[in-house]
Write a protein that binds this ligand. Structure first.
Ligand code: SF4
Ligand code: SF4
Ligand code: FES
Length: 234
C-alpha cells in the first residue's frame, strides 16, 4: 500500500517559480503520520525536500503546514483518511524560505511585543509566587498553545492587516498573561492592546479555532480581552 503526495517545492536559489512535485510513499506502519511520510521522502528518496520538524509529537509547533487546504501539524496528522494525492503547501500568507519552510520572523516579533513572560512588581517572595488550583485552572485552554501559527495563518484579518493586527495566536497568548493570577501588569498589557488594529481587527470569522491542532479557541480569548477593556471603562 502506498500514499501519493503533491508537495510544494520552491528553492529561490534555483527555481524561477514554485511548482508541485509528486511522490509516492509506502505505508510503513499502522497509524502512520504525515511527518513519517515526509521523513521517508527526505531520508530515502529526495534529500532536497525541506521542512521543519523537531518533537514529532505535537509539542514544538515547528511542522505547521497546509494539508489539503487546511492548516495542521504533519506529526499528528494520520495519513489514513486524507484525500489523495495529499496536497502539501507551506502555511499561507508567510514568505517561503524554501519548500515548506516559512519565514516566521514577523509572527515571533509580534509575540515578543506582548511581553510573554511574568511581570510582577511586588517584592519577590522567598520561594515561588504561589497560585491556587482554581487560579491555575484559569490558564487551561491557553497554556497548551505551542505557537505553531496554524491559526494566525488561516485568519483573513491577519492576511490583509498582519502588519498591525496581532492575530489569534499572539492574542491568545496575551490573554494567557492577563488571566495569570501572579502577573501584575494587566493595566499595561491592556493599554498596549487597546488599538483599532492590534485587537479589534478580529471579525469573529473563527477560522482560527477550526485550524488549531490543539483544539484551542483564540476567538474566545480575543472576546475575553475585549470584555476586560470594556469592564475597565465602566
Ligand atoms: S475569529 Fe478573529 S482571529 Fe480568528 S480567524 Fe477570525 S478574524 Fe482571525
Ligand atoms: S492557538 Fe492553536 S493554532 Fe494557534 S498557535 Fe496556538 S496551538 Fe497553534
Ligand atoms: S514536529 Fe513538533 S509539533 Fe510537529
Amino acid at each position: 500500500m502506498t500514499i501519493q503526495l503533491n508537495i510544494y517545492r520552491f528553492n529561490p536559489e534555483n527555481d524561477s517559480k514554485p511548482y508541485m512535485q509528486y511522490y509516492e510513499v509506502a505505508i510503513s506502519k499502522k497509524g502512520m503520520k504525515l511527518l513519517d511520510a515526509l521523513n521517508d521522502i527526505k531520508w530515502n528518496m529526495d534529500g532536497t525536500l525541506t521542512f521543519r520538524r523537531s518533537c514529532g509529537e505535537g509539542v514544538c509547533g515547528s511542522d505547521g503546514m497546509n494539508i489539503n487546504g487546511v492548516n495542521g501539524l504533519a506529526c499528528i496528522t494520520p495519513v489514513e483518511g486524507l484525500k489523495q494525492p495529499i496536497q502539501l503547501r507551506p502555511l499561507p500568507s508567510m514568505n517561503v524560505i524554501r519548500d515548506l519552510v516559512v519565514d516566521t520572523t514577523h509572527f515571533f516579533d509580534q509575540y515578543r511585543q506582548i511581553k510573554p513572560w511574568l511581570q510582577a512588581y511586588t517584592p519577590t517572595p522567598e520561594h515561588e509566587r504561589l497560585q491556587s488550583p482554581e487560579e491555575r485552572v484559569e490558564l487551561d485552554g491557553a497554556y497548551e498553545c505551542i505557537m505553531c501559527g496554524c491559526c494566525t495563518t488561516s485568519c483573513p484579518s491577519w492576511w490583509w492587516n498582519g502588519d498591525r493586527f496581532m492575530g489569534p495566536a499572539v492574542l491568545l497568548q496575551a490573554d494567557r498573561w492577563l488571566k495569570d493570577s501572579r502577573d501584575e501588569a494587566a493595566g499595561e498589557r491592556l493599554d498596549q492592546l487597546e488599538d483599532a488594529f492590534k485587537l479589534y481587527r478580529c471579525h469573529q470569522i473563527m477560522n482560527c479555532m477550526e485550524a488549531c491542532p490543539k483544539e484551542l479557541n483564540p476567538t474566545q480569548a480575543i472576546n475575553h480581552i475585549k470584555r476586560m477593556l470594556l469592564n475597565r471603562q465602566s
